[in-house]
Ligand binder design. Structure first.
Ligand SMILES: [Fe+2]
Ligand SMILES: [Fe+2]
Length: 456
């Protein structure tokens, strides 16, 4: 029987307490080879590091250990972090006779000390009533009991909707773009993609970096983790379209830097979302909490619920005429995700407002709608200086106002654009991509399409 020294695999095999036996040839992955059994000559420094690491498991062997940290030290960390860190640095410096190894010994010893010094005390069970969307007293690592079972349902439903851009046949789109689109239609197609490429990365960062970390119930974070993935999938989709059609990637991605009407929408979003990404935000402070709620309402209700919802519609107008059907189908999949993101975000916003007793200033809400409308109107005029067949800037603008009213009702806000008309009555149908309505037959893979979803 050959044995390996698992504490020091570079050393020649030995037998003893610290070795684990492996039958030669029993498991190729673990079987010792000549390279492992051959003695290796080590430099003095490497030998010292390995020896120190081994001895760190045997303090009695005579290594000069750093004094292990205690629970009292940990508690002090919270109150005097910088001082404590400074003191640790001094210890490391004082024992620098055997440099990095000495610090490593100290860390190992501290870990062991923390694991054994304090007797285990059972913790109080978590009750669902302890949970809150923000500022909760639950345990972020413990999924159940649920307080928000609807959030878990969102996660389950999102997983029924899995797809990738590679599942959709884009061959006809390549031909359409180069041979069948008029120049004003190519202008629409390219600039819709130029806006969306930047938007979805922004969406991914916002939900992952600004929103998710503030949630104190894990069932909310789990859906948002899925959402982060879906936003990155959307970015892949636009990139796949750009690559497949053969557009100039650099030129398309840089458009938001040089086209003011695209840039304006991104800047509005950046400003509203970055406001809650600051490290010193305190959601127990009512001003900060209001800012967060308004920001999340903007993100879910406008950025996702209007700008994405409406943002795909010029491509759907081409689809309705039999053009760019592969791209349109890609966007239908994205739209289905975005409808869920929007519904989830709005529900979270309402939940926070109820739990934390948040009241938003109506003037702030009005400013939000007006700013979004102005940016969308400028974008529509840039996108469609002249109408394309079946779609105009006026249609786009009016549909934004109509959709904004719907999002406002869902958020519990007053309708901002009284009397707005449903200028694109086919848009809701276009978003409702159930299998039996997939009459374009571009898809090469069948997926369950989330029949349990309620479309808004
Ligand atoms: Fe997205
Ligand atoms: Fe989204």
């Amino acid at each position: 029987m050959k044995t390996l020294n698992w504490d020091n695999p570079l050393a020649a095999p030995t037998s003893g307490v610290q070795s684990r036996s492996v039958e030669a040839g029993q498991d190729n992955a673990l079987a010792p080879t000549d390279a492992l059994t051959r003695p290796i000559k080590l430099t003095d420094q490497t030998q010292q590091l390995i020896q120190t690491e081994i001895n760190s498991d045997f303090p009695a062997a005579g290594i000069n250990l750093v004094k292990p940290a205690t629970y009292e030290d940990s508690a002090n960390d919270a109150e005097s972090g910088p001082q404590r860190r400074s003191s640790t640095t001094q210890e490391a410096t004082a024992t620098a006779q055997t440099p990095p190894a000495t610090l490593s010994v100290g860390v190992s010893a501290r870990r062991r000390e923390r694991g054994t010094a304090e007797p285990f005390t059972p913790m109080k069970p978590i009750n669902s009533e302890d949970k809150r969307v923000v500022n909760g007293m639950g345990d972020i690592n413990q999924l159940a009991p649920f307080k928000y079972p609807w959030a878990w349902e969102f996660f389950i439903n999102a997983n029924k909707n899995h797809w990738t851009p590679l599942d959709i046949n884009m061959a006809q789109d390549v031909h359409d773009y180069h041979h069948n689109l008029k120049s004003e239609e190519r202008h629409v197609y390219e600039n819709v993609l130029a806006y969306l490429t930047t938007s979805d990365i922004l969406a991914m960062r916002n939900i992952g970096l600004a929103v998710m970390e503030k949630m104190t119930a894990p069932e909310l974070q789990i859906y948002q983790a899925r959402q982060v993935y879906e936003e990155s999938l959307h970015t892949w989709t636009y990139q796949h379209c750009i690559e497949t059609i053969g557009l100039d990637q650099s030129e398309i991605y840089n458009r938001y830097r040089v086209v003011p009407e695209i840039n304006q929408k991104i800047q509005v979003a950046n400003r509203r979302l970055n406001a809650v990404m600051r490290s010193d935000i305190n959601l127990r402070n009512s001003d900060d909490l209001q800012e967060f709620v308004l920001s999340y309402a903007f993100f879910s209700g406008i950025f996702e619920g209007c700008w994405f919802y409406n943002g795909f519609s010029p491509i759907f107008a081409l689809q309705r005429r039999g053009l760019m059907k592969g791209t349109a189908e890609q966007l239908q999949y994205i739209m289905r995700d975005e409808v869920m993101h929007c519904s989830f975000g709005i529900r979270v916003v309402r939940q926070i407002m109820q739990e934390e007793n948040v009241t938003l200033d109506p003037r702030d809400i009005r400013d939000m709608w007006d700013e979004a409308e102005a940016a969308e109107m400028a974008y529509a005029n840039f996108l469609l200086p002249n109408p394309i067949l079946g779609y105009s800037a006026q249609d786009h603008h009016e549909q934004f106002r109509f959709t904004a009213n719907r999002r406002a009702r869902q958020l519990g806000f007053e309708e901002p654009f009284a009397g707005a008309k449903n200028a694109l009555p086919w848009l809701d149908e276009q978003s409702n991509m159930r299998k039996e309505k997939n009459f374009f037959e571009t898809r090469v893979t069948e997926y369950q399409t989330g029949g349990a979803l309620k479309w808004e």
